[in-house]
Write a protein that binds this ligand. Structure first.
Ligand code: HSE
Length: 293
């Protein structure tokens, strides 16, 4: 028996659409595996009622198939599905690491990224690595066609999750097919600023570098109260605010000392817009961890 905890993740960070991602200290999924002749899956925890237990239709079932590693798999969800916090990636990354250990497959964490991404593709329709990469490696990750670059980082965050649902498929549907050269130049500048900020653990640079005028405005329009929540977070001390992944979670960067006030302001602004929400006071954290037993 083996247990793996894999963190929630936040992809894009505004200017890094389909490229940037971070692991969060919390929340997380916990996956337990035991060898078996055939794969069987049980799911408990947040939003488990929406997750199929049929191995043919479950992210984790696809990972077990990829690794040829049949097992009894228990998934305890801490990351709500369709939250923009990489819920399926957490489960997929945890299962990939756990089954790799259980069956001594000998793959490195980097080699497990495409395995976990295949699992995620089952639910999202496309195999992106921008959530599974930080879930496995931790820290801040940059995913391109040529591979993954990772750096540990220590930046405080607030992830405010409203009680509304936005599917990744819908949120990808509103992404523009093209951008002007001015927009591209501005986004490249912001993305570079953000990446430098991560290497310096500098919330000012990271916050400033999250600005994105191409994808984020379209997705923000799908989230009731977004503009007010963003404004409230900035007034409370956030250095930058954006949509987490495909939404509806709104992600704020801040100094650690402002985290509580930013969380309160975001929940308050959602409340004023008639939307219940909860805020995770978190930070860029480590990747999935293995526990025996
Ligand atoms: N980069 C992806 C998106 C993350 O924003 O659509 C969600 O899987």
């Amino acid at each position: 028996m083996l247990t793996v905890r894999a963190p929630a993740t936040s992809a894009n960070l505004g200017s890094g659409y389909d490229v940037f991602g971070v692991a969060l200290e919390n929340p997380a999924d916990v996956v337990r595996v035991r060898r078996a002749a055939e794969t069987a899956i049980t799911v408990t925890g947040v939003g488990s009622q929406y997750i199929p237990e049929d191995p043919e239709r479950n992210t984790v079932g696809a990972v077990a198939k990829e690794l040829d590693a049949p097992a009894h798999i228990r998934i305890d969800k801490g990351v709500r599905p369709s939250s923009g916090l990489g819920s399926s990636a957490s489960s997929a990354a945890a299962a990939a690491l756990a089954l790799n250990e259980l069956y001594d497959r000998g793959l490195s964490r980097e080699e497990l990224i495409p395995v976990a991404a295949e699992g995620e593709a089952l639910v999202s329709g496309e195999a992106h690595s921008d959530n599974v990469a930080p879930a496995l490696l931790g820290g801040f990750t940059v995913v391109t066609d040529d591979g993954v670059t990772q750096v540990d980082a220590n930046v405080s965050l607030v992830a405010c999750l409203p009680e509304i649902s936005v599917s990744t498929r819908d949120a990808r549907g509103v992404v523009p097919e093209s951008a002007t050269m001015d927009e591209v130049v501005s986004t490249v500048g912001n993305a570079a600023t953000l990446a430098v900020g991560m290497t310096r653990d500098d919330p000012e640079l990271v916050g400033r570098g999250m600005d994105d005028g191409i994808v984020t405005p379209e997705r923000a329009a799908l989230i009731d109260g977004y503009d007010d929540v963003r404004e409230a977070a900035l007034e409370a001390g956030a250095t930058g605010v954006t949509v987490s992944g495909a939404g509806p979670t709104v992600l704020a960067v801040c100094r650690r000392s402002d985290r509580r006030a930013v969380a309160g302001a975001m929940v308050g602004a959602f409340d004023s817009a008639g939307v219940d929400s909860r805020a995770y006071q978190t930070a860029v954290g480590e990747g999935a961890t293995v526990h025996r037993g």
